[in-house]
Design a binder for this molecule. Structure first.
Ligand SMILES: *Cc1c(COP(=O)(O)O)cnc(C)c1O
Length: 722
């Protein structure tokens, strides 16, 4: 079954390689189980009901040990393991259902919502699944969610990124709570990925001039439903060790290497798509990293045209209609810049080859092109090279217009041509099975396709208290179960005393109010507010209305301030009640995220305004019936309506210490005066009816707005079509 990419099948786009890999894996399986091979090579199983259970049937723990990588898992299963299920009628029925679901999905025609070739979505990271570790946090997960949604809506789409052999770092805390980093190498040969080959069977090789040499890269194809994700890989014998490092680690600490990565990503994406015969109707730059794609496309257009551009600005002008850009960074410092010498040393050869004047390109990357002293960044290049720029929430739109105003000096801030499409999350990925089952009973089969329809969500008001509470308790139970398992191992690995390790076995209580905070530990996320006033923080735990708190997240390896925040939390670990009521989950990733967002009753977000462009983890919690308690910044500023969660003031205050003090107190007050009473006030059946009213309001108002169905609709109608 050749997976359909978009439009006509391309002989060299890796689809043939995928078919072969499926055949090869299938031949190792007993005949009735062969459809498992098709399923394993397409991540669609991860969001199809019953898909994950197929693999877990062979041993949930063992599947987990492979990071739920189905290709590696199936390859390692023994004959007797396989034969158990090859004759099990119920298993085979389920297998048949999931396999048919996949085949039907791949055979559907493309949605007519867009003409021409596919949208090529370029991003430095993709968070598709825990077994494909090429993401660090929110940006990557958003990119993965958008690919999945494009697949669900049959919008012609291809993703392009880098195959980081060592991915993002793994985290281990030492006993003092200081973060240590380590990297694990992944082997694409045992992953659901295939190396794209040309007609003669040799690997497709693309080439990008970087530093003083030519860097070669191969292309891996990963199937995300109907959408192919192409990942460029420089780990080749013919490259030098320095060149190989370019696709080694995500967000490498060295800025020249990052620049080289972005050249491979941008220019490599355009070249790889071209070599595979894929002709995008549009390139979507998700964040500025891939902005150099504009130069590659401009150069090809100029070469093919009768009137080649006479200078760089004009060339970029010719390719602008092919690019749209999404900015995710609301602070100037987040938009990285590079000195003239650095740019020319990494990219000088590339500019020559593309017939661009290096100094003109440097100018295109400045806020003020004429100011030769200003360093160059990829965001101004992306803005200039794209026909549209959008931010990722309403408030971020206003911030971005003010931030880039000087690039558009004619007119006021409101005239700056930057719009917004608020981020959202892929519902079938993030809504846990119990909640999804409840809503299917209430909304009817196949409701997910209409998930952006507010009328549908009105029906949550008809769900009775008992069933809704039952789902919430089931999901909290699962979280507590997972926390107990993980905390013991984390403590053992840190070398904690055995009594502290043992205490982890009954960490948490399935009936207690459970609050979560998990995301990248950037300093602006203000994890420190939780223990701003230690005494008050501890009194929250000890009250006769108990609460328990789970937190997790990685600090950037160079961000010592963020590491210190996490360490402060660890200082309290010996305080009675803290040891088993406050847990830190090490090495936060997509797998932990799924359970944590599904099980928490309250999801905290405490960013320093206006630094949260959008934030998405709160949306994941909301889809699971969790309630948000968040600073009014990013998405929450437009989502909060007084009835669907709780809010902390979102104003900007240059006096950071004063703001922290106020916000920490607001947080403690809300928990004491509103959250706890609402959660612990029960009716005669032990059900918190007022709490559930709020849960319903949250589902009803946030469900239709913050599912990726709405987000992709917005991109198609407001950004892609025009
Ligand atoms: C959703 C997600 C994030 C984003 O969290 P924010 O609160 O939006 O910053 C980060 N990491 C993982 C693993 C996620 O799934």
């Amino acid at each position: 079954m050749p997976p359909r990419g978009s439009g006509e099948p391309h002989p060299t786009d890796g689809s043939r390689d995928l078919t072969r890999a499926i055949d090869r894996l299938g031949r190792r399986l007993p005949e009735p189980l062969q459809p498992l091979a098709e399923i394993a090579y397409n991540y669609k199983w991860s969001w199809t009901p019953g898909g994950r259970e197929l693999f877990r049937a062979f041993g949930a723990h063992r599947f987990g040990l492979t990071n739920e990588n189905p290709v590696r898992f199936l390859r390692d299963l023994s004959e007797p393991d396989l034969l158990t299920w090859a004759t099990d009628e119920r298993f085979l029925e389920q297998l048949d259902r999931v396999a048919n679901d996949l085949r039907d999905d791949l055979q559907r025609p493309d949605s007519p919502s867009l003409d021409g070739g596919p949208v090529a979505f370029l991003c430095a990271e993709f968070g598709v699944h825990r077994s494909l570790p090429v993401y660090s946090g929110g940006l990557g997960v958003l990119a993965g969610d958008l690919l999945k949604e494009a697949s669900d809506q049959a919008v012609p789409f291809v993703g392009v990124g880098l195959f980081y052999r060592r991915g993002y770092f793994h985290q281990r805390m030492d006993r003092s709570g200081w973060q240590q980093e380590y990297w694990i190498e992944s082997d694409p040969n045992v992953m659901p990925a295939v190396r794209v080959t040309t007609a003669d069977g040799s690997p497709l090789t693309i080439n990008v001039p970087i530093w003083d040499g030519e860097l070669d890269a191969h292309v891996w194809r990963v199937q995300v439903g109907r959408v192919p994700l192409f990942l460029l890989d420089a780990e080749l014998g013919e490259n030098t060790p320095l060149q190989r490092w370019v696709s080694s680690r995500l967000y490498e600490g060295n800025s020249s290497i990052r620049l080289a990565q972005y050249a491979l990503l941008g220019v490599g994406a355009a070249r790889a798509l071209d070599a595979m015969g894929i002709k995008p109707s549009l390139y979507h730059l998700n964040e500025g990293h891939a902005a150099l794609a504009t130069l590659a496309v401009a150069s090809s257009l100029s070469a093919a045209s009768d009137s080649p551009a006479s200078h760089s600005g004009e060339a970029i002008e010719q390719s602008r209609s092919k690019f749209v850009f999404t900015t995710h960074t609301p602070v100037p410092a987040g938009n990285e810049t590079y000195s003239r010498d650095e740019v020319l040393s990494v990219l000088g050869r590339l500019f020559d080859e593309l017939h661009f004047d290096g100094h003109e390109v440097l100018a295109l990357g400045r806020m003020h092109p004429a100011d030769a002293a200003e360093p160059t960044g990829l965001t101004p290049l992306a803005i200039r090279g794209s026909r549209s720029t959008n931010a990722v929430s309403q408030r971020h739109g206003a911030i971005a217009r003010a931030m880039w105003h000087e690039m558009f000096p004619h007119g006021g801030t409101d005239d700056v041509p930057i719009t917004h499409v608020t981020n959202a999350v892929h519902l079938p990925t993030w809504m846990a099975p119990p909640m999804r089952k409840l809503l299917t009973e209430c909304f009817g089969d196949g409701w997910e396709r209409f998930a952006s329809d507010p009328i549908l969500w009105k029906q949550v008001d008809e769900i009775d208290d008992e069933r809704l509470w039952d789902v919430r308790c089931t999901q909290r139970d699962e979280l507590v179960y997972q926390i107990r398992r993980k905390v013991v191992v984390d403590r053992l690995a840190r070398g904690e005393d055995i009594d502290f390790v043992q205490a982890g076995r009954d960490a948490f209580d399935p009936s207690f109010l459970t609050i979560g905070f998990a995301r990248r530990l950037a300093t602006y996320k203000r994890l420190n507010l939780l223990v701003h006033n230690v005494e008050r923080a501890l009194s929250l735990l000890n009250h006769d209305r108990p609460l328990q708190f789970v937190f997790a997240g990685k600090a950037h390896p160079l961000d010592d301030a963020a590491k210190a925040f996490a360490q402060r939390m660890f200082e309290l670990k010996r305080v009675p009640e803290v040891g088993n009521r406050v847990v830190f989950l090490e090495d936060y990733d997509l797998s932990a995220a799924t359970t944590v967002v599904a099980g928490c009753d309250v999801w905290l977000n405490l960013p320093r305004p206006p630094f949260e462009a959008s934030g998405t983890s709160g949306m994941k919690a909301a889809l699971n019936g969790g309630l948000n308690l968040s600073v009014l910044d990013g998405w929450w500023m437009e989502a909060y309506d007084g009835s669907n969660g709780w809010a902390i003031d979102g104003s900007v205050d240059p006096d950071e210490a004063a703001k922290d003090e106020r916000d920490a107190n607001a947080l403690y007050d809300l928990i004491d005066n509103e959250v706890k009473p609402l959660f612990y006030d029960r009716d005669e059946h032990g059900i918190p009816t007022k709490w559930l009213e709020r849960v319903r309001a949250s589902l009803r108002t946030l469900g239709p707005r913050y599912c990726a169905t709405r987000m992709l609709d917005d991109y198609v109608t407001q950004i892609y079509r025009s």
